[in-house]
Design a protein around this ligand. Structure first.
Ligand SMILES: Cc1cc2nc3c(=O)[nH]c(=O)nc-3n(C[C@H](O)[C@H](O)[C@H](O)COP(=O)(O)OP(=O)(O)OC[C@H]3O[C@@H](n4cnc5c(N)ncnc54)[C@H](O)[C@@H]3O)c2cc1C
Length: 285
């Protein structure tokens, strides 16, 4: 199908982009990589009156590793994340996860921030920012910049707390301590497809015991989330297969799985159990 008619704007600064969004009164959409928006427009699931193409912004923050954090601007592509040097646990983890984001053409055009704004519950980046306690900067002409913790950003399936006149201008991810262990596992129908369920396990080791444990799952429920109860089961204990099995079983109990054409709730619960276990097992490699 062809998209409905729309006007096209290509601002060169963030201020110009924000002014266009404000003037459009909710009828404009930002065009970043176009990998989700363009198909939605082609199917007429989205019919914005105006597209604000941000690819020519000269002042958009880029990808920066500094002062114990990673800064990701609105034009950072999935492939830029893939190319991060895997010297530290955070960059190794994100680079590994990037391999799972769609096929190569999607990775080369699609953006990290666009993926968050699109808010698919099975997005790798939505899972990562929630697990890593990232901060998102949203900007508008009306209110300037505001900071939103990733855990408060995703409000429902494919919905966020961003207003229509706001642009996601930066994501800040605190670095992981040296020696942090992590594991990531996902399953989809085919390579390059969105995952059905995906899981992350992250923790530090203190005196042979797990500390600052984070267990997060995506694709299981309407929004990705940390499983705090499961983290508590693991916190302060030594990593072991029986402990991991117990945590995975508990993870399957505490989720309230979605049902859709890809998987029913029973299967998703099984996937949560299997993938949390796999992520934990990977963390000891
Ligand atoms: C075949 C295929 C396979 C895919 N597989 C995966 C996968 O495995 N995992 C995955 O996570 N994704 C997958 N995707 C989606 C892909 O990651 C998209 O790149 C991503 O969802 C959207 O990023 P984008 O830059 O392309 O955004 P666009 O398509 O340009 O925009 C998407 C939405 O975000 C809004 N938006 C974009 N940037 C901003 C911003 N800075 N501030 C506010 N709003 C903004 C747009 O207005 C629009 O509503 C797949 C896509 C395809 C076509």
């Amino acid at each position: 199908m062809k998209p409905a008619a729309f006007s096209y704007q290509a601002p060169t600064t963030i201020d110009e982009a924000l002014a266009l969004l404000a003037d459009a009164g909710g009828d404009a959409r930002i065009l970043a990589g176009g990998q989700s928006l363009v198909p939605a427009m082609a199917f007429r699931l989205a019919q914005p009156a105006m597209l604000v193409d941000i690819n020519g912004l000269s002042d958009a923050p880029r990808l920066a590793e500094e002062d114990g954090r990673l800064e990701i601007g609105p034009l950072v592509r999935h492939q830029d994340i893939r190319r991060l040097t895997p010297r530290r646990p955070l960059t190794a983890m994100l680079s590994t996860m990037a391999q799972h984001v769609g096929p190569w053409p999607v990775r080369s055009r699609g953006t990290f921030c666009g993926s968050l704004a699109h808010a698919d519950p099975a997005s790798e980046w939505a899972l990562a920012v929630v697990a890593l306690d990232a901060n998102l900067t949203l900007e508008s002409t009306a209110d300037g910049p505001r900071s939103v913790p990733a855990g408060d950003f995703f409000s429902a399936m494919m919905a966020t707390s961003a207003r229509e006149d706001e642009m996601l201008t930066a994501v800040t991810i605190p670095d992981l301590a040296a020696g942090t262990r992590w594991g990531f596992a996902e399953i989809g129908r085919r390579t390059g497809d969105f995952a059905i369920v995906l899981a992350l396990a992250i923790y530090e080791m203190k005196g042979g015991r797990m500390s600052r444990v984070r267990i997060a799952v995506g694709g299981a429920e309407a929004v990705p989330r940390r499983l705090v109860d499961v983290e508590t089961v693991l916190e302060g204990t030594a990593p072991s297969k029986p402990r991991f099995l117990q945590a995975a079983e508990y993870a399957a109990d505490v989720v309230d799985p979605l049902e859709d054409g890809y998987a029913d709730a029973l299967y998703r619960r099984d996937l949560v159990r299997a993938l949390v276990l796999r992520a934990l097992q990977q963390s000891t490699r």
